[in-house]
Each structure stands twice: as C-alpha cells, then as structure tokens.
Design a protein around this ligand. Structure first.
Ligand code: HEM
Length: 398
C-alpha cells in the first residue's frame, strides 16, 4: 500500500485510507518517503505515553530532512524533549490556566460578534475569509497584548507565519533570515522591551515575570513561544471552526439540536474534534527498536502518529463513522496526549463554544454553496481553503 499524507486526492476524504491502514497495515512503512505510520488508537496513545522512546526534537512532520536547521534555530517547545521541555512548559503553562482563559470570554465574544456583524453587513460570501481565519488571529493578538493599532500589521505577518509548512523548508519559518517572520520577530522583540519596562495584564508580561527554580525565559525563548502560538494556535483553531461549519451544513439534524439546546455545544465540540480532527497526525523519532504487529521499527526512524485515524478506530470508539454529539466517553486524541498535550486546548474549546453559540444565533440558516469543499493541502492540517456561503439572512431576519 502507498500512503502519502500530502496527496491532494487523500485530502478529499482520508478516512477510507486510514481504515485500510488500521485493518491491513497497522505498522506501515512508506518506502517512498521513508517513514512509518501508526494508525490504531492503542498504538498512537502508547507512543504518546512514551516520549523517551518516541521523541519530538528530531522533527514532528514527515517528509522533511531531519534536524532541519532553520526550523530549529528558534527553540520551539513542541520540538523539545526531556527536562528541557518540562522546564520550559512549566514556565509558560501558568499563562494558560483555566481561570485566565475564562477571563477572555467577554473579549472573544465581542470579537466574534464584530466579525459576524461585518460579514452580515457586507453580505460576505466566504466563511473562511470573514470568520474562521481572522477569529483565532485576533484572539492570539489579544492574548499576547498586541495594541489595537498594530493589529493590521500583526494579521499580515501572522497569516504568513501561520502558513508555515514544515514540509516546505524554503517557506516562511521561524528561522528565516528575511520576510514576514523576521519582521514579526523584530516586532515581538520591541513589544517585549516595552513590557519589560512597563508590565501590563497580558500574556507577554506574565511570561516575562515567570520564574521556575530561579530561571526566567530568555528573549529568544519568548520570541520562539510567540511564533509557536501562531503556528500551533491559528490554523488549527481556524480549521476546527471550518470543519465544524461543514459538518453542520451536512448534518441539519445536529445543527437543529444545537440551535435548540446551545448547552450541548461543548460536548458537541469534542465530537467535532474527534470526527474530523484539524491536526491529522504528527511525527516522532524512535530512540530504540520497537516491535509492533510483527514488524520491527528500528531506532532513529520517523513515525507518523495518525491522531485522526486513532479517533476513527472501531477498536476503541463504537460506530466511529457516526457523528454523535452525545458521545460519552469521548477520549479523542485531537489535542495529542501526555507531555505535549495541547497547551491551548482550553482556549480552542472556549473559542469554539463562543463561535458556535454566536454563529447559530446569528446565521442559523447559512448554507454552503459548493458541492466539493476546496481543501487546504498544507502538511498535517485538515481544513477548508474557502467556504463559499449563502448566509440565509433573508429568512433569518424576517
Ligand atoms: C482546535 C485547535 C487546536 C488543535 C486541534 C491543537 C492540536 C495540538 C496537538 C495535537 C498538539 C500536540 C503536539 C504533539 O504531541 O507533538 C498541540 C500542542 C500544542 N498546542 Fe495546540 N491545538 C489547537 C489549538 C491551540 C491553541 C489555540 C494554542 C495556543 C494559542 C495552541 C498551542 C499549543 C502549544 C504551545 C503546543 C505545544 C505543547 C508542548 O509541546 O508541550 N494550540 N496542539
């Protein structure tokens, strides 16, 4: 069997291919791109539970030269292992506490309403352009404390950085020497300097003040973390929103249920994350030989952990291809698991809940006007490039 995660054909509907992998090739070696794939829930979860055997620092995307110099020139938490990772995570995690996230709710609601207002007033025709793409960027700008006057510049840079694709080493990435990534790094350095002199109630000020065992973050680490928030928090959240808007278009019964009972939205969001995961899979590198399903994976091999396939594994989830917003338990792996479990999961869940409360109140009758969703083809992310829409406003407002 041939499995290329970058194949545009696969992006139309990867799930039958994942099923074949699980059933017939649970430990698959892709000769052409030289990586292994694990696709069953138990195997993916076991690998995530063992970060000493499956390490992150040699890259988390497949089809890349290992130790890509440019990507590693800024320390990124997501690509660290062992005590170095634990210490940095300890320094930044307090800034993402449930209490801090909950405090953002009024602001996120205001931002969402503002975007919906603008889209409805201009009778917008693309949900990605007007809603799902800008919302996470503005929220991250808010979280970081980017002054409102700078938002426009920040959006241009962050759109460029968020398209960072580890599969394209020539693209925009944190280690680039010119272009938007460098402008953004210089901008972060300026705001950091200002916050050092006059701290405010924002994430950067809190990160500047954070200390663990007498150590605080270096400027390089802070800039790296700012980048990581954009790379890890933008396209992922955008596509959770986009994928869900597609599902609500295809499942009018689910949409009706959520309009009638908005209190069900948080549980439904877990099912949307499971059913069509924005991050389909990320890679690890083995540090010793691993024997699985009668095959020997040698040390120092790249192994793609297919979260999205694990989330559809019939060995773990009953009737996994059914969208069941009441599913419980729902221990999906869409945010990963273990040491690298998504630091922004609370923020992503909050944003999704607010977005769907507001969307279903404001444009309950929206209708996608394309038969086939134009899919993005960037690395491990599943999502929509555009969502052409009829907002259904005449019926909604009459
Ligand atoms: C629906 C939205 C999101 C999804 C599906 C998602 C998914 C993930 C996954 C699968 C990982 C684990 C990576 C690994 O094991 O190698 C991860 C890590 C991470 N995510 Fe998210 N993410 C989302 C939103 C966010 C947001 C909004 C932020 C912050 C603003 C964020 C920040 C991070 C960070 C910093 C890490 C690295 C944690 C570590 O290495 O210790 N994510 N995310």
């Amino acid at each position: 069997m041939h499995f290329d995660p970058y194949d545009p054909e696969l992006h139309r509907d990867p799930y039958p291919v994942y099923r074949q992998l699980r059933d017939e090739h649970p430990a698959h070696y892709e000769e052409s791109m030289r990586f292994w794939t694990l696709s069953r829930y138990d195997d993916v979860a076991a690998a995530l539970r063992n970060p000493d055997l499956f390490i992150s620092s040699k890259g988390i995307a497949v089809g890349l030269p290992q130790n890509d110099v440019a990507v590693q020139s800024v320390p990124l938490l997501i690509m660290m292992d062992g005590p170095e990772h634990t210490q940095l995570r300890g320094l930044v995690s307090g800034a993402f506490s449930p209490r801090r996230m909950a405090a953002l709710e009024p602001k996120i609601r205001e931002i969402t309403r503002g975007l919906l207002d603008e889209m409805c007033e201009s009778n917008g025709t693309d949900l990605v352009e007007h809603l799902t793409n800008p919302l996470p960027t503005i929220v991250i700008a808010e979280l970081l404390g980017v002054p409102p006057d700078d938002r426009h510049r920040f959006k241009i840079w962050s759109d460029a950085v968020a398209q960072f694709d580890p599969a394209k080493p020539d693209g925009i990435h944190p280690g680039a020497t010119e272009g938007p990534a460098v402008e953004l790094a210089m901008y972060f350095a300026d705001i950091l300097e200002e916050r050092r002199k006059a701290p405010q109630d924002d994430l950067l000020s809190r990160l500047l003040a954070a200390q663990v065992d007498g150590r605080s973050l270096t400027t390089q680490e802070l800039i790296g973390f700012g980048f990581l928030l954009l790379v890890a928090g933008h396209e992922t959240t955008t596509n959770l929103l986009s994928n869900t808007l597609v599902l609500l278009d295809r499942h009018p019964d689910v949409r009706r249920q959520l309009i009638e009972s908005p209190a069900m939205i948080p549980q439904a969001v877990e099912e949307f994350l499971r059913y069509d995961s924005p991050v389909q899979g990320l890679a690890r590198t083995t540090t010793a030989e691993v024997e699985l399903h009668g095959r020997k994976i040698p040390a120092d091999e790249t192994v793609l952990l297919l979260f999205a396939s694990a989330n559809r594994d019939e060995r773990h989830f009953p009737d996994p291809d059914r969208l069941d917003i009441g599913r419980a338990p729902n221990d999906h792996l869409a945010f990963g698991f273990g040491k690298h479990f998504c630091l922004g999961s609370g923020l992503a869940r909050l944003e999704a809940r607010i977005a769907f409360e507001e969307i279903l109140a404001r444009i309950p009758d929206y209708r996608l006007t394309c038969d086939e969703i134009p899919r993005i083809h960037s690395g491990p992310i599943r999502g929509a490039e555009r969502l052409p829409v009829d907002l259904g406003l005449t019926t909604a407002t009459s």
